[in-house]
Structures are given as C-alpha cells and as structure tokens.
Design a protein around this ligand. Sequence first.
Ligand code: ADP
Ligand code: MG
Length: 288
Amino acid sequence: ATPAALTAATGSLTRLGLLTTRGHALETLAKATHFVFDKTGTLTYGKMNLLETVALGAVGRERCLAMAAALERASEHAIANAIATAAAGSNDQFSVEETTNLPGSGVEGKIGGQRYRLGRPAFVAELCGTPLPDALLQVPEGATVVALGSEDAWLALFALGDTLRPDAAYLVNGLQLRGKTVVLLSGDQEEAVHRVAQQLGIATVRAAMTPQGKLDYVRGLQRDGAVVAMVGDGVNDAPVLAAAGVSVAMGGGTQVARASADMILLSEQLPHLLAGVDIAVKTSRIIR
Ligand code: ADP
Ligand code: MG
C-alpha cells in the first residue's frame, strides 16, 4: 500500500475506535489467515459475578469467601473483582502475607501462617496434594469454577458466570465468511469454553491453556505457515499477543495487554474489527 493510503486507512480505523499503534499492523491484518481469540474479557464482557460458593470442608462459606477475597487483593482478574464484590461487607477480614499472582492459574498467599491457593483446580491440587473432591455437580453448567485450598485440605469451590458479548457471533461469522480460520484459546475449563465455542460456531477450541500453552499453540500455527491475528485482553495474553503476526487488545483490557498489542479496540465493538479487516484488505490492494 502507498503511505498515503495507509495513513488514510489508519485514520478511518481510529474513527471506528480501532487504534493502530505499530506500523506493520494493517498490512499483516490484511494477510491474516487465522484469528485466535481469548475468551474471558474478549468474546465475553469479562465482568464476572459469583453464582455459587460450595464449602468442601469444615470452614463455612462466608469465611471461605472472605479468605478468597483477601487472596484476590493481589489480582486484577475478572474473577478477583467478582469475589471482592461478593465479599464486600463481610465481617471476616483476613490479612495475607507473601502473596503471589500467577497469571492464567490463580493466586497464592499465607493466612495465619498457612499457605493457600485460589484458582484453577489443577493449580490448587498441586498444593493440596489430593484430587479435587467430586463437588462439580453442585455448580451451574457452563460456569467458570475456581477452587480454594490449603496444604491440608480443599476449602471451597466458587462458580462464576460471565456474559457473551452480543456481537461476538457476528464477528466470528463474518471472519469465517471471509475464509478465515477462527480459533478459541482459553485458560478456563473445558465445559465453560466449549459452551462459548458452540454458541459462536467456533470449531477449533483449546481449553485450560496456560499463557505458555497459548504461545506454543500460536507458534505451531505459524510454523505451519499461518499468519496469525490474536485478540486478547489479559495479563495472561501478553506473551501470545507479542508473538502473533498482528495483535489486538481490548480497550478495557489490562495495561500489559494493551502495551503488547499492535492495535487496540478502544470502542470494544467487535464488529469494528471486521471493518478493520476489510479496510486493511482494500488498502493493501492500493499499490503505487
Ligand atoms: P482466559 O484465557 O479465559 O482469559 P485466564 O488465563 O485469565 O482465562 O485464567 C485461566 C484460569 O486460571 C481461570 O479460569 C481460573 O481458573 C484461573 N485464574 C486465573 N487468574 C485467577 C485469579 N486471579 N483468581 C482465581 N483464579 C484465577
Ligand atoms: Mg482474557
């Protein structure tokens, strides 16, 4: 494309709320063969709410929730916000020491000298040393489930719900009509991820992915010759956003995601991404 055409295209996209931060973005977007999406915060609003708390041992639900909220002070994840909101006003207050936040897995910290983990069940199981009790039947179907556990025991399960963005299907369908392969990569559990994929008609799906797993998956596509456009929002998406041919961060996403991306969808209007692809393709055909 000519520099003038590129400047004009970048301007049109900015007016749509799709900001270009790196020069190569439009040209790579025009050539993209695969569109890889994160789920939470990208295809869904990422505004989670706590649906249910299931106590697994002797500690009551209220107390478990307050402990979880204390651990989540280390995180800005949608799950952390949902748990903090649900625990607000609780009488139990815990102070946490030595907190660590593992993007894509959960949080860890010490309460009263005892080590706790909150996050994906596999991450918590590493600390508890026993398999997760069979309580999953007690949570709503398709919910995101995180567990709380200590070195001695499993304490609780938290089921969280999120809402699909209403225009996600329009975007996915539009990309597929343009011959693009759409992929869903998520750190969330199988059931919650497959439910979203099914609602959107996405055939290629990987659940329970770590940030490294997402990165390896995209590198694999690239080795097979794919030009990958990655769309994400989280801290966990930063490595894969940086590795993709062209990357788009959601405007409401984390600072790290926005800094790692070539484009930012400030408007958070998913159809604008489709308009972006069309403008990019049209512009790439204008040669001097
Ligand atoms: P996604 O790929 O859907 O955006 P993430 O990679 O952010 O999901 O998270 C993957 C999984 O790790 C979550 O479904 C949850 O089980 C766990 N997790 C990540 N961060 C947290 C946190 N702050 N608190 C609890 N669980 C977390
Ligand atoms: Mg996300």
